[in-house]
Design a protein around this ligand. Sequence first.
Ligand code: GUN
Ligand code: ZN
Length: 441
Amino acid sequence: LGNEEQILRGRVLSFDGNPAVDAANIRYFEDGLIHLKDGLVVAVGEASTLLPAISQGLRVTDHRPHLIMAGFVDPHLHMPQTQVIGSYGTELMEWLSRYTFPEESRYADKTVCDTAAGFLLDQLAANGTTTAAAYCTSHPQSAESLFEESGKRGLRMVAGKVMMDRNAPAGLLDTPQRAYDESKALIQRFNGLDRLTYAITPRFAPTSTEAQLEVAGVLAREHPDLPIQTHLSESLAEIDFVKDLFGWSRDYLDVYERYGLVRRGALFGHCIHLTMRERETLAQLQGSAIFCPTSNLFLGSGLFDRAGLQASGVITGIATDIGGGTSYSMLVTAAEGYKVLALRGERMTAFEAFYWMSAGNAYAMALDERIGRIAPGYEADLVVLDLAATPAMRHRMERAESLADQLFALLIMGDDRAVVATYAMGRKIYDRKGTATLPPR
Ligand code: GUN
Ligand code: ZN
């Protein structure tokens, strides 16, 4: 891919695992070097030990005093909702019918899809996010656009065409057969191409008939390694609706269970109001519960119970949920997540938050062997962060005494202004100074 062998220098932070479980999972190098080759990390360590061995002739990009971390991972967002963000005054079900479905109807037009996909990926890069799990619309061309634009940028992206065949405007509805055929064609064309992965994407139980959920289950069985993404237990009105539509179900998760849609790598957005049975089953079947704090606050959906889910052994992630969510920034998202947990009397350290945004989300997406860490063999998706990006941050940092203090202030005060540069497979795809060049791949 034309990736030169090179070295990045800066403060380097990575996590081998959850720092809340074992503080030894924190990898921090105050004057760190990252040796990159062919888009992968070859070595990482302190400059004093690493530099003499590898400096011969290699280009060194010096990012000191900035902090280099693994690129952020966003395990739940909607590509066609970039122009829905900040729509006034409603809760989930009304927000969908009043704002979101009409907007998604525009994506029958491929040029609308292309523009939105490019815009979204540029925003993600400017926010240090290098991998996302994205819902497109029910139009297959929306997924085509996102895959094409992601391929151009060399990004590891997970996306799928939404399957929905009832309870929405006619222009957004497919049928079980069309959903199968269109998903299948997209899988064959894009899954495994470049760094792209197809996600089987039934929107949520209320917009699929049983016949369509059946088809989603067939796709899942035919492709046992593919991720699945859907919504679960976001609002109380939604849960009541599911109860009416699927009279036989024990609870909301049971609907997805029945069709074989709960497994490792299946991403369930929101998971706010789960029963104990649902939690235990989600844990047993290794599905991931994805916390979307800015969305949950904005739509008034409720407060994610991280402690309860983790106590049941459920895998969790944290995501923007653009455009029910209100920020593209994983820093802002995790800061809002901290506040949601605070309302529940729970605490989250900065180390936990930064772990969650990177290696934790990679684990929730079952991508933890490729991305989310700066370690030998990992893909070199990186974000460079400026802890003194604004006068207010610079001023605050004067009184931050430890790394933990600095990171926590960065978490709470930071946003896209703190992102100095973003790399995908060792290739710079964003530069705050506007000098990012996209060399031919
Ligand atoms: N449930 C079904 N579709 C959506 C969506 O687009 N956004 C959110 N937040 N919840 C959903
Ligand atoms: Zn969503």
